[in-house]
Design a protein around this ligand. Structure first.
Ligand SMILES: Cc1cc2nc3c(=O)[nH]c(=O)nc-3n(C[C@H](O)[C@H](O)[C@H](O)COP(=O)(O)OP(=O)(O)OC[C@H]3O[C@@H](n4cnc5c(N)ncnc54)[C@H](O)[C@@H]3O)c2cc1C
Length: 283
């Protein structure tokens, strides 16, 4: 199987222009599982793991730009943990150290699994993806990129170059439920971000629908009910918020959990996340 090991972004894009249907290989933690199972047939591979332009991250004002080849271990690093805590928390729950050293944010997006742990965080942040081919560059909001179960709008010949997210002021929480505490695929997850500049919360439900789900009704309720000066919220509002989040879930029954359990999990996780961010009891 011919493999192009790209040494630069131009090299990768030229290879993808020549072989638009080539498999893009980053960390290989999803792709190699599929190849080893014989679930995909591959004629050409473009390996992008060593492309310098896809590595690292930079901050520009209130925006953070993450190269598509940034790994989970890097997202757990001290600086990124303080800039986007929820992304670091999500990264900590992924696989094992080996998987976190190899697996990338671009690969999580490329797979677009409903259980992909960075996806709900990126939805809550309204992340913007920069997608390139040899002839075009487009900037795509994440909600227009992930469009179904393992389905996205990447076209042949294109790759994800970077992911841009706002740097928010305020605490963030990512909570995930699985059958055990480590090496576990999500059964349900919940992301909650406080934006103390805008006095708004942003949230997202993970693994309880074909794509991550935001409940604007739940976000509006919590945003409008929090006492932002004192960082407090009443127990009644937390109850109502978690009920709205659970109502927004569109879970299925599968071997990892029933729809009923998943909806309940969202209710528990959303209340837990909100009571970690805000002081409960006073309105
Ligand atoms: C044991 C194990 C545990 C795991 N645990 C978790 C977990 O807890 N949570 C979780 O979310 N995932 C988990 N995964 C899945 C996997 O590690 C992640 O989805 C990871 O982010 C994939 O990244 P990668 O770089 O390895 O992608 P690859 O396997 O290299 O690629 C994945 C897909 O993305 C495409 N792709 C990669 N980079 C780009 C790019 N820049 N532009 C366009 N397309 C691209 C590839 O063509 C492919 O379709 C686990 C996997 C294993 C094997």
């Amino acid at each position: 199987m011919p493999v192009t090991v790209a040494r630069s972004l131009d090299h990768a894009l030229a290879a993808l222009e020549e072989f638009p249907e080539a498999l893009i290989l980053a960390g290989g933690t999803d792709v190699m599982v599929q190849i080893n199972k014989g679930a995909v047939s591959v004629d050409q591979v473009v390996a992008i793991g060593r492309v310098p332009e896809l590595q690292g991250w930079r901050r520009e004002g209130d925006w953070l730009h993450l190269g598509a080849a940034v790994t989970y271990s890097e997202m757990m690093g001290e600086e990124l943990s303080s800039l986007v805590p929820a992304l670091a928390q999500a990264s900590r729950t992924v696989g094992s150290p080996q998987i976190r050293n190899a697996g990338t944010i671009g690969g999580n997006l490329g797979t677009s699994s409903p259980a992909g742990d960075t996806l709900p965080v990126l939805f809550a942040l309204d992340a913007v993806l920069t997608i390139r081919s040899s002839t075009e560059l487009r900037e795509v909001p994440i909600s227009q990129f992930v469009v179904g179960v393992k389905s996205n709008t990447l076209q042949p010949g294109e790759l994800i170059e970077k992911i841009s997210v706002p740097v928010l002021e305020g605490p963030q929480e990512f909570c995930k439920i699985g059958p055990r505490n480590a090496m576990v695929i999500s059964v349900a997850s919940f992301t909650l971000l406080a934006d103390q500049k805008e006095n708004r919360v942003r949230s997202c439900l993970g693994t309880v629908g074909p794509v991550p789900i935001r409940s604007m009704e739940a976000e509006d309720l919590l945003s409008n009910s929090v006492n932002w000066g004192e960082n407090t919220v009443s127990s009644e509002v937390l109850d109502a918020f978690s009920s709205l989040c659970a109502d927004a879930a569109k879970p299925i029954d599968d071997h990892r959990g029933s729809a009923v359990y998943r909806r309940h999990a969202i209710k528990v996780l959303s209340r837990r996340a909100a009571s970690r961010i805000f002081i409960e009891g006073k309105s």
